[in-house]
Design a protein around this ligand. Structure first.
Ligand code: ADP
Ligand code: MG
Length: 705
């Protein structure tokens, strides 16, 4: 055991933490004392002013301290178990009940004479006679003093933590206290002093202490809103570190010598020859920004944002032509095989009049075939390669990689982005994303990129009408599809992916396909597309749909991104309530690509949750991707926003992207100021060293700054 505890000391050396507890803490990524101290309360209880039972007001949420009289499990006539507890304080009697709480009985949690805090909403019981709390949170009082003989759990504002494994909030509180006490305020500040002074924030020791154990008279609602100076300081610190990290990386990239592409007449002519339509003003503007970056002597790092169907692909293709015209290779990376394959056919077809070698590299290519593609890449024979993750495999070499285009970036994450970049010397990078990203997320996810936005759809798009349907509307929905298909249009029928079991999803789609093909639409050919098909089958299914051979396509969400079939005008989404908003918006983006009016039919099961309803209504009301993204973020939180956990979003310990948007903007601007004009070279160096250590440890990124 180390003689002297520091923030970096492993938490297992803390008094009160044995191997079992250390293991539980590890489950929450708490490895060091510092990790523990940044495990901040999710709420607080004011136990300095306890309410007497007699004064409880129905509807009010509050804390009482009572003594247990009786407690036990009963069973209603309906067969549900109820755990029933009665207790009292000097002023009156209180009843508490929990439904189905067999564990309270089994674990013998309560017994007579215990003093217990209950926190919950007071209400009248069924007969209106007595006051009760239903499913209150509780903490059994074991009143050992903390420092100075003061209690940690009574007579003050008390921090409440989320349990960690079997560690109750009370145990967590005691461990945090032990850590704070052992360090005795002896820790260096992580924020540069000049920044802290300008932002007028408390130092780190004070901020940590007061975030856990607020001073007397700290207003409870300020605490609950996470806006005390101590809390704000911790949130600011976290955002400052993330922002500074991204900005330093951006600066480092900019300081490197990249390729200065030239724009030539031949490139211009080539583009003119292949463009199938007139670009929109937004496409032209954005291409201008990209080309300007490409001409500059530093590597480009640009995010191209544009709603589904806004026409990002053709912009990327134009940039690719510039690079190839300069004698460089271009890599286009897509998140799925289907999308990569589609990009490949689209680009190959458009580039056909030009003498370019275009090829495809996905995991579907194996053996000799794959070796040959890799050889041609390494020898510089291929000008444009399109692919999936296969492109970032260790042994893929480029002769002269000049431009990397990453489509639908959020599927890849920051780390993969940097892996591909390392292949070249250093190439220009264009990241394209169709999921409109709220500004706060963009700042954290793409804070090291410049941004271009295509904010205009190509002309002549008919609007999409979205309707929310129920099971009873199914027949008429099928009739509607029949009508549209008879009129020469096409339709998708989509089944949800529930991440837990791809197999079951595929089964649902396969069953749906059988049903539709044999019983519902016997007169049409119905195609089937899902992730478990072999590559060749996927390809032929897509091709048959594209050329209209199978006018109806049943699929899982593999069509979610990028698939482009302009004559598809109807999409029917089964179990729409199981999809995220951003995902539904993506799916809907598969239609409305041609001139005919399009229809999105959302079929939702019943009963539905409040949240599901809110989500679906939002989708019916608007087709504005940015508004939908903001709403989705609000409803589901950033973790699930992208539908996957490996989204490359830095995980925040204290900060909350929704609640703390303003603090993020503030911290970002302070980080910009600090990096642009640090008070001294030493201060910047000291901070950068610190930052490197936390980025390496927390995000596994060694390449920062
Ligand atoms: P996304 O931004 O979703 O990737 P795509 O690049 O797939 O969009 O473009 C969607 C469709 O719009 C494609 O069929 C494409 O050919 C077409 N398109 C793109 N730009 C224009 C334009 N300026 N005028 C007409 N059609 C366009
Ligand atoms: Mg696209």
């Amino acid at each position: 055991m180390p003689a002297h505890l520091t923030l970096d000391t492993e938490v297992k050396y803390l008094k009160g933490v044995g191997p079992a507890r250390a293991e539980m803490l590890r489950g929450r990524a708490i490895h060091t004392v510092e990790d523990l101290l940044y495990y901040t309360p999710f709420r607080y209880e004011d136990r300095s002013r306890l309410t007497a039972v007699r004064n409880l007001v129905p509807g009010q949420v509050t804390t009482v301290l009572v003594e247990v009289l009786t407690a036990g499990l009963t069973r209603t006539r309906g067969g549900t178990y109820i755990f029933d507890l009665s207790a009292r304080d000097a002023s009156g009697m209180l009843r508490c009940i929990w439904f189905n709480a067999v564990y309270l009985e089994r674990n013998k949690v309560f017994h007579q004479g215990q003093r217990v805090f209950f926190y919950g909403k007071a209400e009248h019981d069924r007969y209106g006679a007595r006051i009760q709390m239903v499913q209150p949170q509780f903490e059994i009082l074991v009143d050992e003093p903390g420092a100075g003989g003061e209690s940690l759990e009574v007579g003050r504002v008390v921090p409440i933590y989320e349990s960690i494994g079997r560690l109750t909030p009370r145990v967590v509180r005691r461990l945090v206290w032990t850590g704070l006490e052992a360090l005795a305020g002896e820790f260096s500040d992580s924020l540069p002093e000049s920044v802290r002074a300008r932002a007028k924030l408390p130092d780190r020791a004070t901020a940590l202490l007061r975030s856990h154990f607020p001073e007397k008279d700290t207003p409870l609602d300020t605490l609950l809103n996470f806006r005390t100076p101590a809390q704000v300081r911790l949130i600011f610190e976290e955002f400052f570190n993330t922002s500074a990290g991204l900005l330093l990386r951006q600066r480092k990239m900019k300081s490197r010598v990249g390729i200065s592409f030239r724009t030539s007449k031949t490139a211009h002519e080539a583009v003119k020859r292949i463009l199938p339509f007139r670009p929109t003003a937004a496409q032209k503007r954005v291409l201008g920004e990209i080309v300007e970056d490409m001409r500059a002597p530093r590597p480009m790092n640009r995010l191209l944002q544009g709603d589904v169907g806004s026409g990002k692909t053709i912009v990327a293709l134009q940039a690719a032509i510039v690079a190839i015209d300069n004698g460089y290779q271009v890599a286009v990376m897509a998140p799925t095989e289907i999308l990569a394959t589609q990009h490949y056919f689209y680009m190959k077809q458009l580039l056909a009049p030009l003498p370019y070698q275009v090829d495809l590299l996905t995991s579907a290519r194996r053996g000799k075939d794959k070796t040959e593609v890799k050889r041609r890449l390494a020898d510089g024979e291929i000008n444009l390669i399109i692919g999936t993750h296969a492109l970032i495999e260790q042994d893929v070499e480029f002769a002269k990689l000049g431009l990397v285009v990453v489509d639908e970036q959020h599927r890849f994450g920051v780390i993969q982005r940097y892996t591909l970049i390392r292949k070249g010397v250093p190439p220009d990078v264009l990241v394209m994303t169709a999921t409109p990203i709220p500004r706060t997320l963009a700042l954290t996810l793409y804070g090291d990129l410049e941004t271009s936005v295509i904010d205009e759809l190509p002309p002549g798009r008919a609007p999409i009408e979205t309707r929310l349907l129920h099971e009873r509307d199914r027949r008429s929905a099928y009739e509607f599809i029949r009508e549209r298909v008879r009129a020469g249009e096409q339709a998708y029928v989509v089944y949800p992916v529930i991440e837990k079991s791809e197999k079951l999803d595929v089964q649902a789609a396969v069953k749906g396909h059988q049903q539709l093909a044999s019983a519902v639409f016997p007169e049409f050919k119905v195609g089937l597309l899902h992730g478990r098909l072999a590559s060749a089958e996927k390809e032929s299914a897509m091709r048959a749909f594209k050329n209209g051979e199978t006018p109806i396509m049943v699929s899982t969400t593999v069509i979610e991104v990028g698939v482009d079939v302009p004559s598809a005008t109807v999409i029917m989404i089964e179990h729409a309530d199981r999809f995220g908003l951003a995902q539904l918006h993506q799916l809907r983006g598969r239609i409305g690509r041609g001139r005919a009016k399009s229809h999105c039919l959302l079929l939702a099961g019943e009963p539905r949750t409040e949240v599901a309803d809110e989500r679906l209504r939002a989708l019916v009301e608007t087709t504005d991707g940015f508004r939908i993204a903001e709403m989705d973020l609000k409803i589901r939180g950033p973790g699930e926003f992208f539908g996957t956990r490996q989204s490359g979003i830095p995980a925040f310990r204290v900060a909350n992207l929704l609640r703390d948007q303003k603090i993020l903007e503030w911290a970002r601007s302070e980080a910009e100021k600090f990096i642009a004009a640090p008070p001294s070279a030493e201060e910047l160096e000291r901070y950068t060293t610190y930052l490197r250590s936390i980025w390496r440890r927390r995000y596994g990124l060694a390449s920062v700054a």
